[in-house]
Design a protein around this ligand. Sequence first.
Ligand code: ADP
Length: 201
Amino acid sequence: MTNHNENIFPVFHEIHGRTEKETLLKQRSKVIWLTGLSGSGKTTIAKHLEEILFGKGFLTQILDGDNIRSGINNNLGFSDADRFENIRRIAEVSKLFVNCGVITINCFISPTEEMRDLARKIIGSDDFIEIYVNAPLRVCEERDVKGLYSKARRGEIKEFTGISSPFETPENIDIEIRTDLLTIEESVKQVLDMILPRIIC
Ligand code: ADP
């Protein structure tokens, strides 16, 4: 494959920079990366969080399987290489949002430390807030929000995280939210209390 990088000339110095955009939006942009098993509560927390932040005047963008795998990553499957490429592109897209002053709230299982490290490296550790949304597998399986655990148990989904593919406990988190022990409101409040000081101008 031809490498076209030598023919690309970034012009970022000629246009409004991130700081100006953050000032315009009256916020500091970050990537809030929610990692955890399917059914642990990432989407639920993200939606509530966006609603509250919106009410407080913060501009956010949720990134999740629905808007990423159906669009920019619709050519990717679930092989190891594709899972990495999935995370790499998500991280690059998040970085564009951050450079535009927007806070992204990312809901991805991102099951291995290597994947989360890749995302942190691309986005930059100052802008990367890692939240472990944690409920025991038993609880997630009982919830079975999308019926995926039943399918995985029946062997209809191969390499399903928690069942036939590992989830590595995150080592570098900013906070862990135990959604089996907290209500949704309590979970969201814990996240909010942690991120607000980092996004207020
Ligand atoms: P994920 O996005 O991680 O796959 P979802 O947010 O789709 O998970 O599903 C989580 C389920 O758990 C929802 O049905 C939600 O109502 C329920 N739930 C119970 N307690 C909590 C909590 N404290 N935080 C988030 N979700 C919770």
